[in-house]
Design a protein around this ligand. Structure first.
Ligand SMILES: Cc1ncc(C[n+]2csc(CCOP(=O)(O)OP(=O)(O)O)c2C)c(N)n1
Length: 274
């Protein structure tokens, strides 16, 4: 069934930013900037686009979603809790010993399709899922959310070669193009530009969107596949740390965990945002 969030996806994004921030603070863990970067994408996907049923985990017609940048697990767990796959109280156990909610996304958690964290595998797995769906004449869609850093992985490029050859128009890649990695800017580490042209030249149907604009995200996700027989890629221009002013576009918030004063300021900003 197509899930519909009972409210505005902007509110869902705000809520999962807050939950993710609290989880990262409590566990003294990393990657809050990476999580904030994709909050709006996750909110629109889970709030309005994906078909799933939290009561029927193995429902075969569910759309498949893989967070390939598995270090942003806290916000994935947060959105899964908001839409009913997890109890919200479980989020408090993030990164604790014995908790299923590991710091990189773990498929033992309800709603997580595939464990990730070793970067560069999501799109290849997505190709396999989409190819088998085609062969089995299944109509579900597969969405893979990649980081721009994963565009430096050879396995990502193997998948980019593979999908058009097999006409995987049931596969959508989303690139979280925040232009920062863990230790530097994308343009300094390995420049990706012209990124759209590269995907196009490999045979993908490409759209670029503002990755925090819910209307634009909804319209774009609703339009896949953009072209018959072609896999789609949505290059989403985002800001790492989006939503908290002192974290936005700041490299250090890849690894840093907020202290109690920073938590308070960040929560105030998020709670008071539109
Ligand atoms: C194969 C692999 N190499 C290195 C790492 C360590 N690592 C974690 S996050 C990260 C880079 C983060 O930048 P990006 O991939 O662009 O993601 P962002 O946090 O900006 O969304 C790296 C190198 C990893 N998880 N997997």
């Amino acid at each position: 069934m197509k899930y519909r969030y009972n409210g505005k996806t902007e509110d869902l994004a705000k809520e999962i930013r807050i939950q993710s921030l609290k989880m990262v603070y409590k566990s003294k863990s990393s990657h809050i900037g990476s999580c904030f970067s994709i909050a709006d994408i996750l909110a629109v996907l889970y709030g309005q686009i994906l078909s799933f049923d939290p009561e029927k985990l193995d429902w075969n017609k569910r759309d498949r979603f893989i967070l390939s940048k598995g270090h942003a697990a806290s916000i994935l767990y947060a959105v899964l809790a908001e839409v009913g796959f997890l109890n919200k109280e479980e989020l408090d156990t993030f990164c604790e010993d014995q908790s299923l909610l590991a710091g990189h996304s773990n498929h033992y958690v309800n709603g997580v399709e595939f464990s990730t964290g070793s970067l560069g595998h999501g799109l290849s797995v997505g190709c396999g899922i989409a190819l088998s769906a085609k062969r089995d004449k299944k109509s579900f869609k597969t969405f893979i959310l990649l980081s721009d850093g994963e565009m430096d992985e050879g396995s990502t490029w193997e998948a980019i070669l593979f999908a058009p050859q097999h006409k995987l128009d049931n596969l959508t890649a989303i690139v979280d193009y925040n232009k920062l990695q863990g230790f530097g800017t994308v343009s300094d580490v390995i420049d990706l530009e012209p990124l759209s042209d590269k995907w196009k030249s490999y045979g993908w149907a490409v759209r670029e969107v503002g990755g925090h604009d819910h209307r634009e995200l909804l319209e774009t996700f609703s339009s896949v596949p953009f072209e018959k027989d072609k896999p789609c890629v949505i290059i989403a221009h985002t800001t790492k740390g989006r939503g908290v002013s002192f974290m936005e576009d700041r490299l250090e918030w890849h690894y840093k965990s907020p202290n109690s004063d920073q938590l308070k300021v960040a929560l105030d900003e998020l709670n008071n945002s539109e």
